[in-house]
Design a protein around this ligand. Sequence first.
Ligand SMILES: [Zn+2]
Ligand SMILES: [Zn+2]
Ligand SMILES: [Zn+2]
Length: 451
Amino acid sequence: MKVAYIAQNINNTLLGTLSAELGEIILFNSIEDFVASALIPTALIVSTGFGRELLQPLINSLRKSDQLCLTPIVWETDGEFSTYYKPLPVNELKKHILEIIILVQEIEVHNYSSWENRVLAYFYTRPAFHIIPELDKTKPIFYYYPHVEQFYDGAEDYFFWLEEMTNQNILAKTRLVDRIFCCSSCFSALLKFSDLCPHCGSINIRNEKFVHCFTCGHVAPESQFIKDGRMVCPSCRTKLRLIGEDYDRPLENGVCLDCGNYHIDSKLSVVCLTCNKTFSTEDLSKRPIYEYKLTDAGRAQTKFGTVNSAGLIVNELNYIVINQMLFMLDWIVAMQIRYDKERFGLIALQIIPNNSASGYDLMLELARFLRRVVRTTDMCSKLDHNTFIFLLPNTDSEGLTILVERIAEFVKSMELKQGRFETKIAWFSSGVEDISDLTARELLEKVSAKL
Ligand SMILES: [Zn+2]
Ligand SMILES: [Zn+2]
Ligand SMILES: [Zn+2]
């Protein structure tokens, strides 16, 4: 075990204890020295004396590197050790580090090129950790996930990634932490609320007590009924003595100082400070914030590298987003109806992820096979995370059947070879079936319904 210890002031007694526990300790007086050494230690002990501003960038850069993204990091504060979540007595340091190292070695398919894979591997190697959100008033939705952000490369909204992983049963929601109002357009929670006159929209409104005269039915703010210290109706001049007999309190409770109208409830208006859109409160979205944990299925898929392995297919083919596919399909349908010659085919292919050591290799093999058999003019898109749709322009039913048979045969040969590889295939040929009344979306639904 080769442990790096970064601290400004080294206490020799502490160093002696650490060496006795862990063996070789390599000392660094500064973060820069450690980074410059390019050392790949078994574990890292970092003094928190450097302060959060210096430590966070170090952690972020380690977690973004292929080789150090899973390295155990232990904090040292005044001679006491801790992980993120709990204090760690010095005689438990070795056990803690070894537990992580063993789990790191368990991961069979190493693919740490994407932040998603790194973060999943991190939680695989820290089974007790939950993915916990923390409050930060500088963030647009007030919450962030520090453990995810240290890996995250900023490419997309990682909250959607958490949601997507939950849909795929890689992560599970373990606790609802909060539900916050946010802009339904950009999901920011930086919102400004103000109440307005419901009649003219002015902010110049005031709360008032109102009086309702039983004799003539007049309703007005109480101030208009007070005359020489008594209550007199300004409309019919009746003296109002007893509440419930002469008058009562109506529901109105606000008056607009601009238009003069009375109101029961003012109107709440919300302005999003991020995108500047104005909403009424009914239009706001509510965004739940959860705590997550890696599921057993997620652990198996992380170990065998099959999380998002369907993505391999995307990398190998002419992949377009579903809206582009719909656009192309509508165009091809219009061509066929107008010129009566463009015949096309659709193939839907569903691949059920396989939680075994060979899952990743199988997916790679399938992706390469598909690249060989589909033409450069064929297009591929995704209906959901494991269902692909192929659009084959200028293909008659005969050509389509041949391709479907080849795919089915290949899948079968893989099943024979490796076992447990679940796929479903369905197809549609515009040369055989009627397309005249169908939109692109209906066509896709028609073919996926056959799966
Ligand atoms: Zn009256
Ligand atoms: Zn008004
Ligand atoms: Zn907004």
